[in-house]
Design a protein around this ligand. Structure first.
Ligand SMILES: C[S@@+](CC[C@H](N)C(=O)[O-])C[C@H]1O[C@@H](n2cnc3c(N)ncnc32)[C@H](O)[C@@H]1O
Length: 261
Protein backbone atom coordinates (compact mmCIF):
# COMPACT_ATOMS: atom_id res chain seq x y z
CA UNK A 1 0.00 0.00 0.00
CA UNK A 2 1.52 3.34 -0.98
CA UNK A 3 -1.36 5.73 -0.32
CA UNK A 4 -0.87 8.43 2.31
CA UNK A 5 -2.06 7.78 5.85
CA UNK A 6 -5.80 8.51 6.01
CA UNK A 7 -8.16 9.51 8.77
CA UNK A 8 -9.55 6.40 10.51
CA UNK A 9 -6.41 4.34 9.85
CA UNK A 10 -4.30 2.84 12.62
CA UNK A 11 -0.62 3.69 12.69
CA UNK A 12 2.48 2.79 14.65
CA UNK A 13 4.86 5.52 15.82
CA UNK A 14 8.31 4.10 16.36
CA UNK A 15 10.71 5.88 18.70
CA UNK A 16 14.13 5.35 17.10
CA UNK A 17 16.05 5.70 20.38
CA UNK A 18 14.59 2.66 22.15
CA UNK A 19 12.42 1.12 19.37
CA UNK A 20 9.31 1.56 21.52
CA UNK A 21 6.08 1.31 19.52
CA UNK A 22 2.98 3.44 20.00
CA UNK A 23 -0.31 2.51 18.33
CA UNK A 24 -3.00 5.06 17.44
CA UNK A 25 -6.11 5.44 15.32
CA UNK A 26 -5.96 8.66 13.33
CA UNK A 27 -8.74 11.23 13.57
CA UNK A 28 -8.78 14.81 12.35
CA UNK A 29 -8.19 17.27 15.21
CA UNK A 30 -6.85 14.54 17.52
CA UNK A 31 -3.56 14.62 19.40
CA UNK A 32 -1.08 12.21 20.98
CA UNK A 33 0.64 12.95 24.29
CA UNK A 34 3.92 11.11 24.68
CA UNK A 35 6.55 11.65 27.37
CA UNK A 36 8.71 13.03 24.55
CA UNK A 37 6.13 15.64 23.56
CA UNK A 38 2.84 16.15 21.78
CA UNK A 39 2.01 15.19 18.17
CA UNK A 40 -1.12 16.29 16.29
CA UNK A 41 -2.90 13.62 14.22
CA UNK A 42 -3.16 16.23 11.44
CA UNK A 43 0.65 16.18 11.21
CA UNK A 44 0.49 12.44 10.43
CA UNK A 45 -2.63 12.25 8.22
CA UNK A 46 -1.56 12.73 4.61
CA UNK A 47 2.05 11.65 5.21
CA UNK A 48 3.48 8.50 3.61
CA UNK A 49 4.42 5.38 5.50
CA UNK A 50 8.12 5.68 6.43
CA UNK A 51 7.94 9.46 6.89
CA UNK A 52 9.14 11.10 10.09
CA UNK A 53 7.04 13.28 12.40
CA UNK A 54 8.52 15.43 15.18
CA UNK A 55 6.93 15.92 18.57
CA UNK A 56 6.46 19.36 20.15
CA UNK A 57 9.79 18.75 21.97
CA UNK A 58 11.61 18.04 18.71
CA UNK A 59 11.88 14.26 19.03
CA UNK A 60 11.53 12.29 15.77
CA UNK A 61 9.16 9.32 15.33
CA UNK A 62 8.90 7.00 12.35
CA UNK A 63 5.37 6.57 10.94
CA UNK A 64 4.52 2.97 10.01
CA UNK A 65 1.40 1.02 9.15
CA UNK A 66 0.96 -1.87 11.59
CA UNK A 67 1.79 -5.33 10.35
CA UNK A 68 -0.81 -8.02 11.07
CA UNK A 69 1.35 -9.08 14.04
CA UNK A 70 1.48 -5.53 15.43
CA UNK A 71 -2.21 -4.90 14.82
CA UNK A 72 -3.21 -8.07 16.68
CA UNK A 73 -0.92 -7.28 19.62
CA UNK A 74 -2.27 -3.71 19.93
CA UNK A 75 -5.97 -4.16 19.04
CA UNK A 76 -8.66 -4.10 21.74
CA UNK A 77 -9.67 -7.51 22.96
CA UNK A 78 -12.48 -8.78 25.14
CA UNK A 79 -11.40 -12.42 24.98
CA UNK A 80 -8.25 -14.48 25.00
CA UNK A 81 -6.83 -14.44 21.48
CA UNK A 82 -4.69 -16.77 19.43
CA UNK A 83 -1.24 -15.18 19.43
CA UNK A 84 0.72 -14.57 16.22
CA UNK A 85 3.21 -17.37 16.91
CA UNK A 86 0.33 -19.87 16.82
CA UNK A 87 -1.51 -18.09 13.98
CA UNK A 88 1.61 -18.48 11.84
CA UNK A 89 1.62 -22.24 12.45
CA UNK A 90 -2.13 -22.56 11.90
CA UNK A 91 -1.86 -20.98 8.44
CA UNK A 92 0.72 -23.53 7.26
CA UNK A 93 -0.11 -26.67 9.26
CA UNK A 94 -3.85 -26.37 8.61
CA UNK A 95 -2.89 -25.48 5.03
CA UNK A 96 -5.01 -22.35 4.61
CA UNK A 97 -4.75 -21.55 0.91
CA UNK A 98 -6.20 -18.92 -1.45
CA UNK A 99 -9.76 -19.99 -2.29
CA UNK A 100 -10.14 -22.13 0.86
CA UNK A 101 -13.53 -22.25 2.64
CA UNK A 102 -12.92 -22.19 6.40
CA UNK A 103 -15.33 -22.36 9.28
CA UNK A 104 -14.10 -21.12 12.66
CA UNK A 105 -15.65 -21.01 16.12
CA UNK A 106 -15.69 -18.77 18.07
CA UNK A 107 -14.71 -15.43 16.64
CA UNK A 108 -13.60 -14.00 20.02
CA UNK A 109 -11.74 -10.75 19.30
CA UNK A 110 -11.08 -11.64 15.67
CA UNK A 111 -7.33 -12.38 15.76
CA UNK A 112 -7.64 -15.77 14.06
CA UNK A 113 -10.26 -14.39 11.66
CA UNK A 114 -7.84 -11.70 10.47
CA UNK A 115 -5.13 -14.27 9.77
CA UNK A 116 -7.60 -16.61 8.04
CA UNK A 117 -8.98 -13.82 5.82
CA UNK A 118 -5.45 -13.12 4.64
CA UNK A 119 -4.82 -16.79 3.97
CA UNK A 120 -8.03 -17.55 2.04
CA UNK A 121 -7.74 -14.43 -0.11
CA UNK A 122 -10.53 -12.83 -2.11
CA UNK A 123 -11.70 -16.09 -3.66
CA UNK A 124 -11.95 -17.93 -0.34
CA UNK A 125 -14.41 -17.54 2.49
CA UNK A 126 -14.37 -17.45 6.29
CA UNK A 127 -17.52 -18.40 8.18
CA UNK A 128 -17.46 -17.61 11.90
CA UNK A 129 -19.79 -19.01 14.54
CA UNK A 130 -19.92 -17.05 17.81
CA UNK A 131 -22.44 -17.29 20.63
CA UNK A 132 -21.90 -13.89 22.20
CA UNK A 133 -23.13 -10.77 20.42
CA UNK A 134 -20.70 -8.44 22.21
CA UNK A 135 -17.74 -10.47 20.96
CA UNK A 136 -19.11 -10.35 17.41
CA UNK A 137 -19.24 -6.57 17.74
CA UNK A 138 -15.68 -6.34 19.05
CA UNK A 139 -14.31 -8.72 16.41
CA UNK A 140 -16.09 -6.86 13.59
CA UNK A 141 -14.63 -3.56 14.83
CA UNK A 142 -11.11 -5.02 14.89
CA UNK A 143 -11.49 -6.62 11.48
CA UNK A 144 -12.97 -3.40 10.06
CA UNK A 145 -10.05 -1.35 11.35
CA UNK A 146 -7.49 -3.58 9.69
CA UNK A 147 -9.26 -4.88 6.59
CA UNK A 148 -12.34 -2.74 6.03
CA UNK A 149 -15.49 -4.78 5.40
CA UNK A 150 -14.39 -8.07 3.84
CA UNK A 151 -17.19 -9.45 1.62
CA UNK A 152 -15.90 -12.99 2.14
CA UNK A 153 -16.53 -13.04 5.90
CA UNK A 154 -19.84 -14.39 7.20
CA UNK A 155 -20.42 -14.12 10.93
CA UNK A 156 -23.25 -16.13 12.47
CA UNK A 157 -24.47 -15.76 16.03
CA UNK A 158 -24.70 -19.48 16.59
CA UNK A 159 -23.69 -22.16 19.08
CA UNK A 160 -21.46 -24.61 17.27
CA UNK A 161 -22.40 -27.35 19.74
CA UNK A 162 -25.88 -27.27 18.14
CA UNK A 163 -24.50 -28.35 14.80
CA UNK A 164 -22.85 -27.06 11.65
CA UNK A 165 -25.10 -25.94 8.78
CA UNK A 166 -22.46 -25.85 6.04
CA UNK A 167 -21.27 -28.84 4.01
CA UNK A 168 -18.20 -29.35 1.79
CA UNK A 169 -15.93 -27.24 4.01
CA UNK A 170 -12.19 -27.30 3.39
CA UNK A 171 -11.14 -26.51 6.98
CA UNK A 172 -12.76 -26.24 10.40
CA UNK A 173 -10.87 -24.45 13.18
CA UNK A 174 -12.21 -24.78 16.69
CA UNK A 175 -11.22 -22.34 19.44
CA UNK A 176 -14.03 -23.30 21.83
CA UNK A 177 -13.70 -25.06 25.19
CA UNK A 178 -15.25 -28.45 24.26
CA UNK A 179 -14.49 -29.20 20.60
CA UNK A 180 -14.96 -32.94 21.11
CA UNK A 181 -18.71 -32.26 21.22
CA UNK A 182 -18.71 -31.36 17.52
CA UNK A 183 -16.42 -34.02 16.08
CA UNK A 184 -19.35 -35.84 14.45
CA UNK A 185 -20.67 -32.58 12.91
CA UNK A 186 -17.22 -31.64 11.66
CA UNK A 187 -16.85 -35.08 10.04
CA UNK A 188 -20.19 -34.54 8.27
CA UNK A 189 -19.31 -31.00 7.14
CA UNK A 190 -15.72 -31.41 5.96
CA UNK A 191 -15.03 -32.50 2.39
CA UNK A 192 -12.87 -35.62 2.00
CA UNK A 193 -9.26 -34.57 2.66
CA UNK A 194 -10.45 -31.53 4.64
CA UNK A 195 -8.81 -30.68 7.94
CA UNK A 196 -9.87 -29.99 11.51
CA UNK A 197 -7.70 -27.92 13.83
CA UNK A 198 -8.43 -27.56 17.53
CA UNK A 199 -6.75 -24.85 19.60
CA UNK A 200 -6.82 -25.69 23.30
CA UNK A 201 -5.06 -24.34 26.38
CA UNK A 202 -4.89 -27.56 28.44
CA UNK A 203 -3.70 -31.05 27.60
CA UNK A 204 -6.75 -32.57 29.33
CA UNK A 205 -8.92 -30.89 26.68
CA UNK A 206 -6.55 -32.14 23.98
CA UNK A 207 -6.90 -35.71 25.25
CA UNK A 208 -10.70 -35.49 25.09
CA UNK A 209 -10.52 -34.15 21.53
CA UNK A 210 -8.06 -36.80 20.32
CA UNK A 211 -10.12 -39.58 21.97
CA UNK A 212 -13.24 -38.32 20.20
CA UNK A 213 -11.43 -38.10 16.84
CA UNK A 214 -10.15 -41.69 17.17
CA UNK A 215 -13.53 -42.98 18.31
CA UNK A 216 -15.23 -41.30 15.34
CA UNK A 217 -13.04 -43.37 12.94
CA UNK A 218 -13.37 -40.88 10.05
CA UNK A 219 -10.13 -38.97 10.74
CA UNK A 220 -6.47 -39.78 10.13
CA UNK A 221 -3.05 -38.08 10.54
CA UNK A 222 -3.91 -36.85 14.02
CA UNK A 223 -1.09 -34.78 15.49
CA UNK A 224 -0.67 -32.55 18.53
CA UNK A 225 2.01 -29.94 19.10
CA UNK A 226 2.75 -26.59 20.70
CA UNK A 227 5.15 -23.82 19.76
CA UNK A 228 7.71 -22.01 21.88
CA UNK A 229 9.44 -18.93 20.55
CA UNK A 230 12.59 -17.80 22.32
CA UNK A 231 13.82 -14.34 21.37
CA UNK A 232 17.52 -13.50 21.56
CA UNK A 233 19.38 -10.44 22.79
CA UNK A 234 22.18 -9.47 20.37
CA UNK A 235 24.19 -6.61 21.86
CA UNK A 236 28.00 -6.54 22.13
CA UNK A 237 29.04 -9.64 24.07
CA UNK A 238 25.52 -10.18 25.38
CA UNK A 239 24.49 -12.67 22.71
CA UNK A 240 22.03 -14.93 24.50
CA UNK A 241 18.33 -15.75 24.78
CA UNK A 242 16.17 -13.21 26.63
CA UNK A 243 15.49 -14.27 30.21
CA UNK A 244 11.73 -14.02 29.77
CA UNK A 245 9.51 -15.72 27.24
CA UNK A 246 5.87 -16.70 26.73
CA UNK A 247 6.02 -20.24 28.04
CA UNK A 248 2.56 -21.44 27.10
CA UNK A 249 -0.36 -20.35 24.97
CA UNK A 250 -2.20 -23.34 23.52
CA UNK A 251 -1.88 -26.78 21.95
CA UNK A 252 -2.70 -27.36 18.30
CA UNK A 253 -4.48 -30.58 17.36
CA UNK A 254 -4.75 -31.46 13.68
CA UNK A 255 -6.69 -34.19 11.94
CA UNK A 256 -7.46 -35.04 8.32
CA UNK A 257 -10.93 -36.12 7.18
CA UNK A 258 -10.64 -39.56 5.59
CA UNK A 259 -9.62 -43.04 6.68
CA UNK A 260 -9.19 -46.52 5.15
CA UNK A 261 -10.13 -49.54 7.24
C1 LIG B 1 -10.82 -17.84 23.15
S1 LIG B 1 -12.12 -17.05 22.34
C2 LIG B 1 -11.67 -17.13 20.62
C3 LIG B 1 -10.56 -16.19 20.27
C4 LIG B 1 -10.35 -16.03 18.79
N1 LIG B 1 -9.99 -17.27 18.17
C5 LIG B 1 -9.31 -14.97 18.52
O1 LIG B 1 -8.20 -15.33 18.05
O2 LIG B 1 -9.56 -13.78 18.78
C6 LIG B 1 -13.38 -18.28 22.38
C7 LIG B 1 -14.66 -17.75 21.80
O3 LIG B 1 -15.52 -18.86 21.56
C8 LIG B 1 -16.84 -18.46 21.84
N2 LIG B 1 -17.60 -19.68 22.07
C9 LIG B 1 -17.57 -20.48 23.18
N3 LIG B 1 -18.38 -21.53 23.02
C10 LIG B 1 -18.94 -21.41 21.78
C11 LIG B 1 -19.88 -22.17 21.05
N4 LIG B 1 -20.41 -23.29 21.57
N5 LIG B 1 -20.23 -21.78 19.80
C12 LIG B 1 -19.71 -20.64 19.27
N6 LIG B 1 -18.82 -19.85 19.95
C13 LIG B 1 -18.45 -20.23 21.18
C14 LIG B 1 -16.67 -17.55 23.06
O4 LIG B 1 -17.80 -16.71 23.25
C15 LIG B 1 -15.39 -16.80 22.70
O5 LIG B 1 -15.69 -15.63 22.01
Amino acid sequence: MTQPIAEGECIILLDPTDEKEFFFKMRKGGHINLHKGKILHDEIIGKSEGAVVHSSRGNPFLILRPTLYQFIMHMKRDTQIIYPKDLALILVYADIYPGCIVLEAGIGSGALTLALLRGVGEKGKVISYEVREEFIRRAKKNIGLFLGDPPNLEVKQRDIYEGIEEKGLDRVILDVPEPWRVVNDVAESLRPGGMLLGYLPTIIQVKSLVDALREDRRFSSIQVFESLIRNWNIEGLSVRPFHRMVAHTGFLTLARRGKIY
